[in-house]
Design a protein. Structure first.
Length: 86
């Protein structure tokens, strides 16, 4: 019985931690740099986000305040959406 309980608890912890890595995060900040050639966005706090190939630029420029919805993929922050905040 004890082995079953320990195995179940370990499986629950592993399942929960893998879900945390796939979670969508939301961040707000000010743009330091937007590079449309490399499709990257850097905030003034140093956080860098890769943008998808089909990203439609809403007119991003340094100094704009943005809200970013992103996920971690292959160790990088990949933005799903970027919206200018007024």
């Amino acid at each position: 019985m004890r082995k079953l309980l320990v195995s179940t608890a370990a499986a629950a912890v592993l399942a929960t931690s893998s879900l945390a890595f796939a979670a969508v995060h939301n961040t707000s900040g000010t743009i330091k740099d937007f590079d449309s050639k490399t499709m990257t966005l850097t905030l003034v706090n140093g956080a860098k986000y890769a943008l998808p190939k089909d990203f439609k630029d809403p007119g991003l420029k340094a100094g704009d305040k943005v809200s970013i919805s992103w996920e971690t993929k292959n160790g990088s922050r990949v933005a799903d959406t970027v919206k200018i905040v007024k």
